[in-house]
Design a protein around this ligand. Structure first.
Ligand SMILES: Cc1cc2nc3c(=O)[nH]c(=O)nc-3n(C[C@H](O)[C@H](O)[C@H](O)COP(=O)(O)OP(=O)(O)OC[C@H]3O[C@@H](n4cnc5c(N)ncnc54)[C@H](O)[C@@H]3O)c2cc1C
Length: 384
């Protein structure tokens, strides 16, 4: 058509506001992808940074310190935000399926929706336990729990059982103990139970030894090889041994896949996480990407479901989305073989592990606070 400048606009849909997508949005605000209209689908416009949640539990941070306003980031990136639960991808029809809304067509899409907690289908767990996912809900429940306890003058004892022997479980046990003992005058019992033979499997054994030493000093009871089979009101039951009574049951047993991929026509691993190539493209489809907890890299299937990997994937995902748009070569992501683990003990100190060495102290907490705040500053400052 003479005199008519015609350009085809293509649709890029980002599903989820996880650690990788917030970096994509930050980059798009500085430099848009020519010819692409960008839409972000989030179930909630505010994302919560899990690394600072234990610090929030301990009373070291305010709620706003851990929050990333994904919608504001999208606005700055010139992207449209759709607040809706994405339920699946129909790759054959090229659209993202949303709960209660029309499907969203895409030319290129990327999924960064994180994970949920395993074991929620055990009897009584959904009903009586407080799961760590969705993490935004956890933060509000902890706030309510602590406010409630502060106002309860009649109660003279409170029993917390934390289930899960990984980093999240350990941090929740220590930070809850610190916070509640500061807010509540009665007798506080904190028990950390887990199904493994030792805490923090996959980390240097020295880290578990340090945790046990601190737990003993602070009166936190730890029990290994206690596999939960269910919960009733006020008591958690195990495969072997007596039930344990609780006033609050915190559920931190590791990552499981969202139903999203089960309902999509995409390849998944045995645990239901979507399978990706090192380029972060989903195995079956060059125009579909996935990053963070929700994806399993075929080349590195044992990569832990941890935020540090989702963070490191962010820049690679950004460059590869640009490359697909431009029709240029994609780069490969290779997970680091080890990462710095920092566990907040809630009392101003933290434990750390890196390269099979372990360490602890106030300086470790100082380091953790600095790393976390620096990460958050990138997404909370109003400019690009
Ligand atoms: C208590 C606790 C402490 C932790 N501490 C650490 C730590 O110190 N270091 C570390 O490396 N890891 C830590 N982790 C693990 C870490 O939280 C995850 O590995 C990390 O959040 C994964 O990031 P992600 O980008 O994949 O997804 P997420 O950060 O979970 O983000 C997913 C986003 O997608 C949105 N979303 C989800 N489903 C949908 C949907 N269907 N439709 C639309 N939007 C959706 C969510 O609202 C969210 O914004 C911790 C976990 C817990 C529970």
């Amino acid at each position: 058509m003479e005199g008519y400048a015609w350009t085809m606009v293509r649709e890029l849909v980002l599903v989820g506001g996880g650690h990788s997508h917030v970096q994509v949005l930050k980059s798009l605000a500085a430099e848009p992808i020519p010819g692409f209209r960008v839409t972000v689908v989030v179930d909630t416009p505010i994302a919560v940074y899990s690394g600072m949640v234990p610090g929030f539990v301990a009373g070291q941070y305010e709620m706003h310190d851990l929050q990333i306003d994904v919608q504001a980031l999208a606005d700055r990136a010139g992207a449209r935000t759709v607040v809706a639960l994405a339920t699946s991808i129909d790759s054959a029809r090229r659209h993202v399926v949303l709960a209660d809304e029309a499907p969203l067509p895409f030319d290129v899409a990327s999924v960064n929706i994180g994970s949920t907690v395993a074991g929620l289908d055990l009897p009584g767990i959904r009903q009586f336990a407080l799961p760590t996912r969705p993490i935004g809900d956890l933060v509000h429940h902890i706030d309510t729990l602590i406010t409630g306890l502060r106002e309860e003058t009649e109660r003279d004892a409170f029993r917390i059982v934390v289930v899960g022997g990984g980093a999240g479980g350990v941090e929740m046990a220590f930070t809850l103990q610190e916070r509640i003992s500061n807010e509540f005058d009665g007798a506080l019992t904190v028990q950390l139970v887990h199904s493994g033979v030792r805490l923090m499997q996959g980390y240097p054994p020295g880290l578990a030894r340090r945790i046990h030493r601190h737990a003993e000093r602070r009166g936190i009871q730890i029990e290994a090889e206690r596999r939960v089979v269910g919960a009733d009101e006020g008591a958690v039951r195990f495969e072997t041994g007596d039930p344990i009574a609780f006033d609050a049951l915190i559920w931190v047993v590791g990552a499981a896949s969202h139903a999203f991929f089960r309902d999509s026509d995409l390849p998944t691993d045995a645990r239901g996480f979507v399978r990706t190539r090192s380029s972060l493209q989903i195995q079956s489809d060059d125009a579909l990407f996935a990053a963070g907890d929700c994806a399993t890299l075929d080349e590195f299937p044992d990569t832990p479901k941890a935020g540090v990997y989702a963070v490191r994937q962010g820049p690679v995902l950004t460059r590869n989305l640009r490359a697909v748009a431009a029709g240029t070569d994609l780069e490969s992501y290779r997970p680091q073989s080890d990462f710095l683990t920092l566990l907040n003990l809630g009392d101003g100190t933290a434990l750390g592990a890196k390269w099979r060495r372990t360490f602890e102290g106030r300086w470790v907490m100082w380091l953790k606070d600095r790393i976390d705040r620096n990460f958050m500053r990138r997404f909370q400052d109003s400019g690009t």
